[in-house]
Design a protein around this ligand. Structure first.
Ligand code: HPA
Length: 263
């Protein structure tokens, strides 16, 4: 950890966002869960930021194979106290349209194969997720998006599927009945792992497609093309939100471990 400059703000997203950083440097960190993907450190609007690309270099790691624990732990090790994430999502709610920006307030986790906790030893820990996303960062993301003149859904329930396949129409119908608005493959367990380490976490999502059964068929290329066209908006929202983040945290995330254990 010698010579490791402390960086308080992390961005997790798809490939490309490292271009937002000035004077970027790259490193990888060892964690108890494996080696992290490349971490790009640099400045955004004068603040030290680290960017981590979930899918690794060249988008080579599928959603169900992402080492979520190594990713979050590496950011923690760098001193990150706040994570701003971004995810591509399909719209389940018919009022949401491709290109829309969404700041989810809650999630339903339908993943099956992922390591979902840092606490699977004898330090039994039940983290509270009554407010799964950091309320302070969520508020700033929404305010920033509005100030920039973008249409933004300020509340939404996101569901996370295991992937890597897209969903069936019947699954999407079920998710809609359960109250889910959007679907992606990477939101869980990222938010929970961050909370387990008392890191603030919120996500600004963008709708890349209507979910299965609403549009005729889904292609990965379509999702990737739609993502590229909203990237400039997401980049602007992230940069301006980072600029306006107050230096002190005014949210419950920093004390998430208090009262999470029976000791
Ligand atoms: N389903 C799951 N993940 C996604 C989708 C989708 O429709 N669009 C973008 N990521």
């Amino acid at each position: 950890m010698k010579n490791l400059r402390k960086v308080e703000i992390g961005i997790i997203g798809g490939t490309g966002f490292e271009n937002l950083l000035e004077n970027a440097r790259q490193l990888r960190l060892g964690t108890p869960y494996g080696i992290s993907p490349p971490l790009h450190t640099g400045k955004i609007r004068g603040k030290n930021v680290v960017f981590l690309s979930r899918h690794g270099p060249n988008h080579s790691v599928p959603p169900h194979k992402i080492n979520y624990r190594a990713n979050i732990y590496a950011l923690h090790k760098m001193g990150v106290a706040r994570i701003l994430a971004t995810n591509a999502v399909g719209a389940i709610n018919r009022n949401f349209k491709p290109g829309d920006i969404v700041v989810p307030h809650d999630f339903v986790d339908f993943t099956k194969l992922r390591s979902v906790t840092f606490y699977d030893g004898d330090l039994v820990t039940h983290i509270d997720v009554s407010q799964p996303y950091c309320p302070e960062i969520r508020k700033l993301l929404v305010e920033t998006a509005k100030r920039l003149g973008f249409d933004v859904w300020e509340k939404a329930v996101i569901t996370c599927t295991e992937g890597p396949r897209y969903e069936t129409p019947a699954e999407i119908k079920m998710f809609r009945r359960l109250g889910c608005d959007v679907v992606g493959m990477t939101s869980a367990p990222e938010a929970v792992l961050a909370r387990e380490l008392e890191i603030c976490y919120a996500s600004v999502c963008y709708v890349s497609n209507m979910a299965a059964g609403i549009q005729k068929r889904l292609t990965a290329l379509e999702v990737s093309k739609a993502s590229e066209s909203v990237f400039p908006k997401i980049e602007q929202i992230l940069s301006e939100t980072i600029e306006t983040l107050p230096s002190e945290r005014n949210c419950p995330c920093a004390n998430a471990l208090k009262r999470a254990r029976l000791e």
